[in-house]
Write a protein that binds this ligand. Structure first.
Ligand SMILES: Cc1cc2nc3c(=O)[nH]c(=O)nc-3n(C[C@H](O)[C@H](O)[C@H](O)COP(=O)(O)OP(=O)(O)OC[C@H]3O[C@@H](n4cnc5c(N)ncnc54)[C@H](O)[C@@H]3O)c2cc1C
Length: 369
């Protein structure tokens, strides 16, 4: 495993330079993927490094980072389990070292139980399992080579991976969204798609949140998603500073907006909000790597940091847009794209209701009277 980021400045600038075109054309970030794969970016590394890299990448191209966050979630899950002495996902790490790209096929229409239940049906067959159902919002649809799927078989949730050459699935080219367009998160219809026994990840009882496999998904997914929105917030602040430095006020005899006390106050407020995201994100990523004993409080801490990262990013992007003046409202402006991209954050688990439920449960116990 490498300890050094492969994200050098020229690569990041090329990636930033392509982001608006992908968004405008509603096109997958293929060239970014090709360059990042060639640079070794897809390889597994400790969660704290993946989080730091993803945060930086998101500040240059949010959709590229969000899409690749699905791959890194599986790298993180496999590593978290391995650190706990469970080598069952070693094949995931081996595949990634060999250049495979992992996607995340969890979401289903109307399934707000997310990981703990499924409307996809699973049938045991000779040497594996067959999945029938529909997965929505499958990021990396044009490019994944391994797709995780979960479905229900009696009272169990069966998690496994299909390969791109598996028969029995169809990708519907139906991604046309307000933001995060380059993720190309199409619908995936599973029609008896086969997970080979060798690619079975876990079988978990319906409703169970105690299996370390589920805990590992929460830890890695929520921190890697948070990293994307922290990166967006950091970029929005950077753009706000640039914008106020380049605007002058006729009302203040041509003075720079950067000298206006009201504007300075707004920038300072935004910066304090952004700065407050750094420590929780890095601390929790370190805690995952160090296997900190947070026990059931993990859920509260992780969903809380995701919620705060997204909500702060939304506020900061909004403030930055105001400080840009009318130029920010142009369709071609980076901040207007960030305004659309950042909205995606509210839809990823844990959504607003789920995070409040989780935090209240940790403090107050069950809602049952
Ligand atoms: C940019 C982005 C990338 C994502 N990438 C991934 C990914 O890679 N993998 C993944 O698993 N998830 C991914 N997600 C999915 C995300 O985590 C959520 O599951 C998703 O946003 C939908 O959540 P929801 O609860 O709002 O869905 P729902 O409210 O269930 O709505 C989703 C869709 O289903 C329709 N729908 C809802 N209920 C019904 C019903 N009963 N009957 C018929 N239609 C219905 C809605 O009209 C809507 O179009 C991504 C989301 C975003 C925004």
């Amino acid at each position: 495993m490498s300890n050094k980021s492969v994200l050098d400045a020229p690569l990041l600038e090329r990636i930033r330079g392509r982001a608006s075109g992908y968004d405008e054309d509603n096109r997958f970030f293929q060239e970014d993927l090709d360059e990042l794969r060639a640079a070794g970016y897809l390889r597994p590394r400790p969660l704290d490094q993946m989080v730091a890299d993803q945060r930086l990448l998101a500040a240059h191209a949010p959709a590229t980072a969000l899409g690749l966050g699905m791959h890194f979630t599986w790298m993180g899950v496999a590593q978290t389990l391995a650190a706990e002495g469970d080598e069952s996902l070693q094949f995931v790490l081996d595949d990634a070292e060999a250049g495979e790209l992992f996607a995340f096929g969890v979401s289903e229409k109307g399934n707000d139980r997310v990981l703990t239940d499924s409307v996809t049906r699973v049938e045991k067959v000779d040497g594996g399992y067959r999945y029938t159902g529909e997965k929505i919002f499958t990021s990396l649809s044009p490019a994944w080579t391994r797709l995780s799927v979960l479905g229900r078989m009696d009272d169990q949730i069966v998690h496994g991976f299909i390969t791109r050459d598996t028969e029995g699935y169809t990708i519907h080219d139906d991604w046309d969204t307000l933001g995060m367009r380059a993720t190309q998160s199409h619908t995936t219809v599973l029609d008896g798609a086969r997970v080979d026994q060798s690619r079975l990840a876990r079988v978990v009882p319906v409703g169970d949140l105690t299996d370390p496999f589920i805990g590992a998904i929460f830890k890695n997914f929520l921190l890697l998603v948070s990293a994307v929105y922290v990166g967006i917030a950091e970029r929005a602040l950077e753009l706000a500073v640039q914008a106020v430095g380049s605007r002058t006020s006729m009302g203040r005899d041509g003075a720079s907006y950067a000298t206006d006390p009201d504007i300075r106050w707004q920038i300072a407020d935004m910066a304090m909000a952004v700065d407050a995201l750094d420590a929780p994100l890095r601390t929790l990523a370190d805690d995952v790597v160090a296997q900190a004993p947070h026990g059931p409080k993990w859920f509260r801490l992780l969903s809380g940091v995701k919620h705060r990262s997204v909500e702060t990013a939304r506020t900061v992007v909004d403030g930055s847009l105001r400080l840009h003046g009318g130029r920010g409202f142009k369709r071609s402006s980076e901040i207007s794209r960030l305004q659309r991209d950042v909205l995606a954050g509210v839809y990823h688990p844990s959504d607003t209701e789920a995070v409040h439920h989780t935090v209240a449960f940790d403090l107050l116990g069950s809602e049952a009277p």
